[in-house]
Write a new protein. Sequence first.
Length: 399
Amino acid sequence: MTEKRSVADFAVAGGSPQFSKIIPVGQLYFPSWDRYEAAMRDIFNRRYYTNHGPLLERLEARLEAFFGVRHAIAVTNATIGLIMIAKALFRSGKILVPGFTFVGTAQAISFAGLDPVFCDVDASTHHVTPESLDRAFEPDLRAILGVNLWGGAVDFGSIQHFAESKGIPVFYDSAHGIGSSIGGRRLGSFGLAEVFSFHATKVLGSTEGGCICTNDDDLAALLRNMRCGYGMGRIVEVPVTTNGRMSEAQAAIALMSLDDLDEHIARNQALAARYAAALSEVPGIELCEPSGVDFSNRQYLVCAVDEDTFGLSRDRLARLLKAENIYARRYFFPGVHRSVPYATQYPQYLDRLTTTDALCSKLIQLPIGALVTEEDIDAIGGVIRVASRHAHALQRYLT
Ligand SMILES: Cc1ncc(COP(=O)(O)O)c(C=O)c1O
């Protein structure tokens, strides 16, 4: 790994890539092979693959204690968890959701047969605020689906107050938020429910997976009965059932990941601090700190690229980094309101979400997690620093 000095050193201009192997954008924390093998042997010995087995039960009990909630309902992934909540609550109607989120947040609302109404977010926190919710508010809205981003969170108190003033519930997509906390209280028990993702790109990973947290006994009973065709727990009438079960193999990996969570978070925090140092003097690059929490899992490392000061647009920087085998992402380009099918289905939002549009054009997510070392981060910082210095000359390789 040698430092770039001139334009010719950049891979887009014919130089060697900074990394010989791809540096993926996030996480991929694996348990040790020995622990994995022992866990799988255990499952094989028991001949119990899925259907609410002993590992699933153990995981849910541990998650309830971890989050400090009455119910943690493990599911196949966060998207199905969001679909299940929306469907459990309403047969039809509109749900207010930010346009600045992963497309799955809004798609879950649509999949449940409901209609998303898109609102904007705050430019500095990237989260919804009472003002941004109010600007998009419609009288027939049934609920608010808030999104907690980057290991940070909305200002829960003010959002709860707003929802109560309108007489509707609020629930949260907390796919990014496991382990983050505010005033010593972990995400998981805010609003009517919160949904977490255990996807491989998350700081707690079970390959695929997720869980729904709620303190509402009736909602929990509905969700446990909806999670598969034959239900679970107290029997209640449900609008529809699905298959959102988590397998024993997923539960085993989630349990190991939960054992390692403090270590993963500490590692991410160290990596984030290294990025802060590596990028501190790059003009036009601003590290986005997770807002609304006082302890963050640092699951995502997001920067804002100011094209005029940095010299290259965010998109060009992403292309330049990819050639160096640094896989950065343009989160959440192009914005959910501009994606299929919403851009044509609801064109009224195309000129309303100005902050979302601005964020979608300038934010970049840089690699963090298991496969990134502190030395890698120094090298990534070096590439970005030298790219800024030669931005003008690099333009022609990035058209
Ligand atoms: C904000 C947000 N919500 C939901 C999801 C979907 O999670 P899953 O892949 O577990 O369905 C993601 C995935 O990254 C996400 O970023």
